[in-house]
Design a protein around this ligand. Structure first.
Ligand code: PGA
Length: 263
């Protein structure tokens, strides 16, 4: 007969306790004043209501300090959009994970498709960036997702599987890692996959994580790509979707807040 370990709560109870995460990726948007106004608006909303999810904002590097001062003491968390693999050194234009912690961040996005495309970042480098984040006790949001051609060729699951296996390092845990599924063709386009398509990919990522990690069931899996106040409720209700990574709709307090309250 199997023995039940009473020290650990049953898996499904721990999963039920998982708090969704809504993360705003501001990309290369907002000057300092806009960034401050956006952060202040969210702090005000969050002070009035707990929408039942964790809220994270990822401003451009240069606004991290000023936004950090505004969210300080509120439950809104602060993150960055990228980090370098090294702690310091001759890397002109780059920012290390240690610097992000020093500036007040707890999270960093790595492997966003815009980094993969615009800066030629591959899975191996993305995995190294995630490890650099873990060393500094930052949580990494590791992004994966197929292009339109890959989807049309029926390669979605294979592409995502390869990205997850190569960019999620062996050191990942449900504490330090969040995986974001962002189909490249849905980012900033107004197009979104069907509920069935999102569900299929998220279930697949969940089983990949379960096969590699003993706490695979507890990793938060975010959907990203044209999430907006109109579609968030339906997407966030999908099993194995534990939050969203929001670009365009995170730049207006009311839109982002409306997504947060759709959880
Ligand atoms: P979008 O971007 O919401 O503007 O599509 C999402 C992202 O790239 O993280």
């Amino acid at each position: 007969m199997d023995m039940i370990n009473t020290d650990d709560p049953p898996n499904d109870l721990r999963v039920l306790a998982m708090r969704p995460l809504i993360a705003g990726n501001w990309k290369m948007n907002t000057l300092r004043a806009d960034a401050s106004a956006l952060a202040a608006g969210l702090v005000e909303q969050r002070a009035a209501i707990d929408p039942g999810c964790d809220i994270l904002i990822c401003p451009p590097f240069v606004s991290i300090r000023s936004v950090g001062e505004i969210v300080l003491g509120s439950p809104i968390k602060l993150g960055a959009q990228d980090c370098h693999v090294e702690v310091s050194g001759a890397h002109t234009g780059d920012v290390s994970a240690e610097m992000l912690v020093d500036a007040g961040c707890n999270f960093v996005i790595v492997g966003h498709s815009e980094r993969r495309t615009n800066h030629g970042e591959g899975d191996k480098l993305v995995g190294e960036k995630a490890k650099a984040a873990f060393i500094q006790s930052l949580s990494a949001i590791i992004c994966v997702g197929e292009s339109l051609d890959e989807r049309n060729e029926g390669k979605t699951l294979a592409v995502v599987e390869e990205q997850v296996s190569k960019s999620v390092p062996a050191e990942a845990t449900a504490e330090n890692t969040i995986v974001a599924y962002e189909p490249v063709w849905a980012i900033g386009t107004g197009l979104t996959p069907t509920i069935e398509q999102i569900s299929e990919v998220h279930d697949n990522i969940r089983s990949l994580l379960n096969s590699r990690f003993k706490d695979g069931e507890e990793f938060r899996l975010l959907y990203g790509g044209s999430m907006n106040p109109g579609n968030a409720g339906e997407i966030l209700a999908i099993k194995n979707v534990n939050g969203g990574l929001v670009g365009g709709a995170s730049l207006k307090v009311e839109d982002f807040w409306s997504i947060c309250t759709s959880v």
